[in-house]
Each structure stands twice: as C-alpha cells, then as structure tokens.
Design a binder for this molecule. Structure first.
Ligand code: SF4
Ligand SMILES: [Zn+2]
Ligand SMILES: [Zn+2]
Length: 307
C-alpha cells in the first residue's frame, strides 16, 4: 500500500506531475490551497459585499466550484452567492444534472436559478438539433446561447463576476483548440477576465489549475454525487479530439497541461494589447453586448426561424 508523503497514512492518490502520494486529508489541503491561490491570482480578494454568481451545470466540476465558493463566502454576510444553471433542453441528460445542482445549492445555502433555452429563446437544444443547418454544430448553438443567457442572468442578479468550474484539462484543451484553428482574437478572450467591459460580467475560473482527476477525487471525498452521463451531442464535439491529444501529451510528459496554461498566461497580456481594445456595442435586437451590430445569439436564432 502506498503511504502519504506527509503523514504516512494510506494514500488516496498519486499525483503524477509532481510525484507525490497524498492521504485524503492532505489531498484536500493541497487541493484547496491551490484553488485559493488561483482565486487570489485572478481577482485578488473575493468581494466583501455584493453578488457573486457561479455557473452550475450539475457536473462534478461546477458542483465543486459551487462548494468551494459557498465555503469561502459563507463568513461574508454581505456577499450573496447565486448559482445559475442553464437548461439547454437535452432530454435524458440535463434533467438529472439540474436536480443535482438544485440539491447541492440548497444544501450549501446558495440561491439557485434555472434559465431555459425554451423559455428564453423559444426552442430547446433538442428542437434546434432537429431543424438546424449542417454548418453550425450542436455545440456551436449550445455554447453561444448558453454564454449569452448566463451573462444576461448574472447581470440581472447584479453579479460582479461569474465563476465557472473549468479545470486544467478544459482550459489547456481550449487554448490548443483556438491556437490550432488560428482564432487568436478568440484566444485573447478566454477567461479568466481581468478587464471589465460594459454589460459583460467577467468570468473567473477557480479550478483552472486543478486537474479533472483531482476534481473527481475532491468531489468523492466530499460526498458529492457524480453525474457520469455524457451529453448525447458530445460525440460530435471537436473538443473530444483535443481532449485525446492533450491526454497523450500529458501521459508522455507529465506537466504538459500546466505548461500550456503557463505559456498562455505569458502570451495573454500581449494578445490583450493587440485585441483587448475591441469596442463593445449593445446588440440592436436584444441589447446583449457584442462586438458587431447584432449578436451571435440573435443571428443563430434568425437562422432557425428561417427554417
Ligand atoms: S457537449 Fe455540446 S451540446 Fe452538449 S452541453 Fe456541451 S456544448 Fe452543449
Ligand atoms: Zn497525509
Ligand atoms: Zn442579440
């Protein structure tokens, strides 16, 4: 049996990228220290008053993000944490995770809001998939509409920031994906956001330096139920390819995910210097922030209406 490097109790995990074995207590300590350090790096101190929003899909990462923020903000009586779940309308998949989001929000004393595609834009993702053009993927529709609804709900709640559950694996995949597709302007806009643009609620990513595996272990050690099922549209996701590329690189050279994110952090100020000045307008139709006249969500909804 492997023993913890710090106290010799049985180890619950081996962290390959730094060669350490940790017991449950020391793993939780190691994990939470890194998350707090990352929050400090991204926002300095969390607010002493006002509203913070957390995007909660009901998957393990977002549940862990909600737990960590609820714990950190609980002593701050003037800060209100709100969880926002977007219900895209994916039958057989989303209802279970919404149930988990609602259950844990109640448990940790967080106000929970569900915003549905159907009520907000008139059709569920399942309906969109049945009628959409081939040139925009399921995730293309889902991502644009979800970001818009999340931003608009967080703004309505008066949130100073939206925390998301993105982990090191997600972030390193996103960086590579944008780099490979040559979308450098989009690369410059990846969170966490340090600049505040009118109407756009900045995103923070407390779990950005912890791995997906570490999130699973942290969730299990804290009794959080895992929603194992994958979105039925995941098979079509371009991201899957990058997931396997990053996993291969990481298995050959442990620490690769950290290196990708570190390199991005060095480049980001340069990217912001070049692209950060993009003027933000209000969409002529819906009033949401956009760099064009009409926002992407309105253009996508138009496309569907023409069907
Ligand atoms: S896999 Fe695609 S369709 Fe499914 S929830 Fe994620 S972004 Fe939406
Ligand atoms: Zn220990
Ligand atoms: Zn719009």
């Amino acid at each position: 049996m492997m023993r913890c490097d710090r106290c010799l109790k049985p180890a619950v995990t081996f962290i390959r990228y730094n060669g350490s074995h940790l017991c449950s207590e020391h793993f939780i300590d190691y994990y939470e220290k890194r998350v707090k350090k990352e929050i400090k790096k991204q926002v300095g101190k969390l607010p002493q008053e006002g509203v913070v929003a957390v995007a909660v899909s009901g998957g393990k990462d977002s549940l862990v993000a909600m737990k960590i923020l609820a714990d950190l903000l609980r002593p701050r009586r003037k800060v209100k944490l709100h969880a926002i779940t977007i219900d895209e309308g994916i039958e057989g998949y989303r209802p279970k995770s919404i149930g988990l989001a609602a259950r844990y929000a109640k448990w940790w004393g967080v106000d929970h809001h569900v915003v549905s595609f159907k009520e907000s834009v008139g059709c569920s993702l399942d309906e969109i998939v049945r009628t959409k053009d081939e040139d925009v993927s399921e995730c293309g529709y889902c991502g644009v509409l979800r970001r818009m609804l999340m931003n608009s709900k967080a703004r309505e709640l008066g949130a100073a920031m939206i925390a998301t559950g993105h982990n090191l694996d997600d972030v390193s995949q996103s960086i590579l994906m944008n780099f490979v597709s040559g979308d450098i302007e989009k690369l410059s806009r990846l969170g966490p956001h340090t600049d505040v643009k009118e109407g756009l609620i900045p995103r923070i990513m407390p779990l950005r330096t912890v791995t997906e595996k570490e999130n699973v272990i942290y969730a299990l050690l804290n009794g959080i139920e895992l929603h194992e099922q994958e979105c039925p549209y995941t098979v079509n996701a371009h991201r899957q390819e990058f997931r396997s590329i990053v996993e291969t690189l990481e298995s050959r050279t442990p620490g690769t995910r950290h290196s990708i994110v570190k390199s991005y952090d060095v480049l980001k100020p340069l990217l912001l210097e070049k692209y950060g000045g993009t003027k933000i307008n209000r969409c002529e139709r819906c009033g949401e922030p956009t760099s064009a006249k009409v926002c992407k969500s309105c253009l996508l909804v138009d496309k569907l209406k023409r069907k």
